[in-house]
Write a protein that binds this ligand. Structure first.
Ligand SMILES: Cc1ncc(COP(=O)(O)O)c(C=O)c1O
Length: 418
C-alpha cells in the first residue's frame, strides 16, 4: 500500500489498524468471512474504472472487450457451481438483489410472505421498516415457540389464507436446514413465486453441506460474501428462461446502472475457489465446527434457539445466563471474540437491547480452526458471560485474561488474505 500511504496516510493507517484487528480477534459473526488474497487482489484493480451498463454482448458503452469476458466467466462459474441455467452477477449486494425480485414479479401493494425479522428473516423479506414492507403487503411466518423451528403446516395455512404472490424462504438467523421442497409445494399450491434467499448458506450449498434449492425455488438470491467467501456482492439465479429474463431486466435497467466490474471479477475468482475440492472440506468443517461449538455451549448451560444447529450459525438466548445480548456481545468483543447481539424468537426485550447473540463458524473455519478450538472458544464465551453476570471487577479480569489467550490462538491460525 505504498501509494496509499503517501497519498492518504490517515486512511492507510486505519486500514492497517483494521487488518491488525481482524488478525487478532476471533471472528464469530455469522455473516462474515475472510476472503483469499486472490479475491482481494481482484477487488483492487483497474476494473473499477470501467462503465458497463447492460450485459455481455449487449452494452451501452464501448470498450467491453475484456469486461464481457470477465462477466461471462463469472456467470458460467456460478451456473456450473450451483447447477442453474441462468445467473446474474451484477446486484450490488444482497438487499438490491432481493429488491430486484420484487420488481421482477410484483406490483406495488402485492402480497409478499417472508419470515419475520425477529424469527430470523431478513429486512428485505417484507419487514415493516424496509421498503419491501412499506411498498408491498407483507405477511409473515415464524418459528414454533416449543421447537424454535419453522412449522410448515403454519406456513401453508398462512399462504392459503393470504395468497401471496411471492414467498421468501431463508434468512439471516436460521440455525436449521431450510426445507426447500416443502416451501416449493406450498408456493405451487397458492401460485406464488418461490424465492430462496441463501445468502447465509450459499457456501454450504456450493460445498454440499446444505441441500440445494435448485429444482425447488423459482429464483435464488445470494450474497457472495458470507459462507461463499467472496467479495461483497450478490447473485440472482434461476432455471426457467422467463424468470431469468424478468430478473435481468429488474437488475438493469430496473434498479441499477453500471455493474461493479472489480467486484464481478472477484466473484469469478471466489466461484473458482468454491468449485475446488478443498472448498467442500471447508463447507463440511464449518458445520462440524458449528455443531462442536453448539455442544460445548449447551454443556455449559447456554440456551440455543432450536436446541442446536445444522449449519454455520448458532443463535443463543442468554436469558438463563441473566444477561442481555448487547452487554454480552460488547464484553466478548473486548475479549477478542467478535459476535453480534440479536433478537431471539418471541423476544420480550427491544431489538436494540435483545436477549440473544448470533454466532457463526465460517470465519474461524477459514482460518483452519477445528473442533478443539471450538471447545476452547465455547469455554471462553462461558467464562466472559458468566463473570459479567456476576461481578464487574471479576468480568474485567476475565476479559483481560481471555484477550491474551485469544491473541495466542489467533497467532497460530493466520487468516487468509491478511
Ligand atoms: C438472508 C439475507 N439476505 C439478504 C441480505 C442482505 O445483504 P446485504 O447486507 O449485502 O445487502 C442479508 C445480509 O445480512 C441476509 O442475511
Amino acid at each position: 500500500m505504498s501509494s496509499l500511504s503517501s497519498v492518504d496516510p490517515q486512511i492507510a493507517e486505519l486500514i492497517k489498524a483494521e487488518e491488525r484487528r481482524q488478525a487478532d480477534t476471533v471472528k464469530l459473526i455469522a455473516s462474515e468471512n475472510y476472503v483469499s488474497k486472490a479475491v482481494l487482489e481482484a477487488t483492487g484493480t483497474v476494473l473499477t474504472n470501467k462503465y458497463s451498463e447492460g450485459y455481455p454482448g449487449k452494452r451501452y458503452y464501448e470498450g467491453q472487450q475484456v469486461i464481457d469476458q470477465i462477466e461471462t466467466l463469472a456467470i458460467e462459474r456460478a451456473k456450473s457451481l450451483f447447477g442453474v441455467n441462468h445467473a446474474n452477477v451484477q446486484p450490488y449486494s444482497g438487499s438490491p438483489a432481493n429488491l430486484a425480485i420484487y420488481l421482477a414479479f410484483l406490483q406495488p401493494g402485492d402480497t409478499v410472505m417472508g419470515m419475520g425479522l425477529p424469527f430470523g428473516g431478513h429486512l428485505t423479506h417484507g419487514w415493516s421498516v424496509s421498503a419491501t414492507g412499506k411498498w408491498f403487503n407483507p405477511v409473515r411466518y415464524g418459528v414454533r415457540r416449543d421447537t424454535g423451528r419453522v412449522d410448515m403446516d403454519e406456513v401453508r395455512e398462512i399462504a392459503l389464507r393470504e395468497r401471496p404472490k411471492l414467498i421468501f424462504c431463508g434468512g439471516t438467523a436460521i440455525p436449521r436446514t431450510i426445507d426447500f421442497p416443502a416451501f416449493a409445494e406450498i408456493a405451487r399450491e397458492v401460485g406464488a413465486v418461490l424465492a430462496a434467499d441463501i445468502a447465509h448458506i450459499a457456501g454450504l450449498v456450493a460445498g454440499g453441506a446444505h441441500p440445494s434449492p435448485v429444482g425447488h425455488a423459482d429464483v435464488i438470491s445470494t450474497t457472495t460474501h458470507k459462507t461463499l467467501r467472496g467479495p461483497r456482492g450478490a447473485m440472482l439465479m434461476a432455471t426457467a428462461d422467463e424468470h431469468a429474463t424478468a430478473l435481468n431486466k429488474a437488475v438493469f435497467p430496473g434498479l441499477q446502472g453500471g455493474p461493479h466490474n472489480h467486484t464481478t471479477a472477484a466473484i469469478a475468482v471466489a466461484l473458482k475457489e468454491a468449485a475446488a475440492d478443498e472448498f467442500k472440506d471447508y463447507a463440511r468443517q464449518v458445520v462440524v465446527n458449528s455443531q462442536a461449538l453448539a455442544e460445548e455451549l449447551l454443556g455449559r448451560g447456554f440456551d440455543l434457539v432450536s436446541g442446536g444447529t445444522d449449519n454455520h450459525l448458532i443463535l443463543l438466548d442468554l436469558t438463563p445466563k441473566g444477561i442481555g445480548g448487547k452487554p454480552a456481545a460488547q464484553a466478548l468483543d473486548r475479549a477478542g471474540l467478535e459476535t453480534n447481539y440479536n433478537t431471539v424468537p418471541f423476544d420480550p426485550r427491544k431489538p436494540f437491547d435483545p436477549s440473544g447473540i448470533r454466532i457463526g463458524t465460517a470465519g474461524v473455519t477459514s482460518r483452519g480452526m477445528g473442533v478443539a478450538e471450538m471447545r476452547q472458544i465455547g469455554a471462553w464465551m462461558d467464562q466472559v458471560v458468566s463473570a459479567l453476570a456476576k461481578d464487574q471487577d471479576e468480568a474485567e479480569r476475565v476479559i483481560t485474561r481471555v484477550q491474551g489467550e485469544v491473541r495466542e490462538l489467533t497467532a497460530r491460525f493466520p487468516a487468509p488474505g491478511l
